[in-house]
Design a protein around this ligand. Structure first.
Ligand code: BGP
Length: 469
């Protein structure tokens, strides 16, 4: 397969880039915005920035869109802050907050950039959190109502909608889910009940999009990663399949097939974490019918069979550092892969495998909504960042995406993380991903000026050529 003739990227391929509201906007309490669970967090990891100013995109979005246009972006994937639009999550609409997104979409359209809008990216309104958050079924209604507000304002201007960003990572790693109701007896059981409510909310909103904006398209946006067995030991293979079911298919099977994955359901039942399902819920799930699947991919995972002696669970874990489950799987090193500066493995071929697995299971078009390299960048004297390491990462992933297209996978577009530097979910400002450098550090906001990185110029040429030359 080495000298395989690759299928070109289709015309109209959505070369894009991504951000999320709380990580880029700042202006956390301006123009009527209410607090989200992110704003209300009691603490942030040691030495890292909070999200109050972020990249100040709220005030600089016109300049940022001009940079995106210069970069040649065909698409820009961003999220709407729910509590900017509806400050308490379920009450009055805040017209100034909503107007920000109307203006942003208009600015993008004027620049010829397709907006791809995530409705909810980790930032549940704090007021809803205080009323029980996702433990309460009222939050399902609130999400549907919020989606209706967005569709009324933007349904004619926006074609691509994403429901919930990385619901699977919220469930597995949690802080963004908010705090569990006081007195929760079994936190994991409660988290999976919340997950069921979020899945219902997502299904209702996908149905709503079809009903009120039939020309629009909608899909879920989980983080999906192929899972390798650490060895051909059949017990390792079973562990890998189980972990993939728990991590990936639990979420996508409900979103796309409208029913729970059998392996994942068996796991939840054995743990005593299976959610309570009410009359009518299964019909709601089955009626959703997404048009495409968006997914975020940073790295694969490798797991082995559990040892069963309690040594399998460890570390703090994040979306790409597996913690293990003493009954089901344990994390394993993959000797074939290198790691980035933050301990995440780098696996471009796993990207191709992930495309193939999702496409085989569901047969829907795929849209990549995140992929990228977090790194320590240095602004040099010449006002540039020489991020050849990021160019390498992206080039290798684009090459494997093209392999997947040649394999027959239908890919709509590629939106790497991130369009512009922003505040990382786990490691603050220092962990940068952007094509555009933002002049600030954790605590010193400096000029907040923008600088083009070498990856900016490189991605510009990729987009111009509709692929790698
Ligand atoms: C995804 C999130 C993003 C982003 C990214 C990188 O999980 O959807 O919000 O933060 O990962 O993660 P981090 O910032 O922790 O490096």
């Amino acid at each position: 397969m080495h000298h395989r003739q690759l299928t070109p990227f289709p015309p109209g391929f959505l070369w894009g880039a991504s951000t999320s509201a709380y990580q880029v906007e700042g202006a956390w309490d301006e123009d009527g915005k209410g607090p989200s669970v992110i704003d209300a967090r009691a603490s942030y990891p040691e030495g890292t920035s909070d999200y109050t100013v972020a990249s100040d995109h709220y005030h600089r979005f016109r300049d940022d869109v001009a940079l995106f246009a210069e970069l040649g972006l065909k698409a820009y994937r961003f999220s709407v802050s729910w509590s900017r639009v509806i400050p308490d999550g379920d009450g009055e609409v805040n017209p100034e907050g909503l107007q920000f997104y109307v203006d942003l979409v208009d600015e993008l359209r004027a620049a010829g950039i397709e907006p791809i809008v995530t409705m909810y990216h980790f930032d549940l309104p704090q007021a809803l959190q205080e009323k029980g958050g996702w433990s309460s079924r009222a939050t399902i209604d609130a999400f549907e109502r919020y989606a209706r507000v967005l569709l009324d304002a933007l349904g004619q201007k926006v074609t691509y909608w994403l429901t919930i960003n990385e619901q699977n990572m919220m469930v597995m790693h949690g802080a963004a889910l908010g705090i569990l109701p006081p007195g929760t007896e079994d936190p994991q059981r409660e988290v999976h009940q919340q997950n069921h409510h979020m899945l219902l909310a997502q299904a209702r909103v996908m149905r709503l999009v079809h009903d009120v904006a039939p020309q629009a398209k909608v899909g879920p946006a989980p983080n999906v990663a192929c899972v390798y067995p650490a060895s051909p030991d059949p017990a390792d293979v079973v562990a890998a399949e189980d972990f993939s079911a728990i991590r990936n298919w639990l979420y996508l099977d409900v979103a796309v097939r409208g029913r729970y994955n059998t392996l994942a359901w068996a796991y939840l039942t054995e743990k005593g974490w299976a959610p309570q399902i009410e009359d009518g819920d299964l019909q709601v799930l089955a009626a959703a019918e997404p048009n495409f699947i968006a997914f975020n991919y940073y790295a694969s995972h490798t797991v082995a069979a559990p040892r069963g002696d309690g040594t399998d669970v460890g570390g703090t874990g994040d979306q790409h550092i597996v913690t293990g489950d003493a009954d089901v799987y344990r994390p394993a090193e993959n000797p074939h892969l290198k790691k980035n500066a933050f301990g995440w493995e780098i696996d471009p071929v796993g990207f191709r495998t992930t495309f193939r697995q999702i496409s085989d299971r569901y047969g829907l078009p795929l849209l990549v909504t995140e992929n990228g390299l977090g790194a320590y960048d240095t602004l040099t004297e010449d006002g540039r960042v020489h991020d050849d390491y990021r160019i390498d990462y992206l080039a290798q992933h684009i090459e494997q995406m093209q392999q997947a297209i040649t394999d027959g996978v239908d890919v709509l577009g590629y939106c790497p993380w991130s369009a512009v530097d922003l505040v990382s979910t786990h490691q603050g400002v220092r962990k940068r991903y952007g094509f555009v450098y933002v002049d600030r550090d954790e605590t010193d906001l400096r000029s907040l000026a923008r600088y083009r990185k070498d990856s900016f110029t490189w991605y510009q040429s990729v987009i111009r050529a509709n692929g790698l030359s």
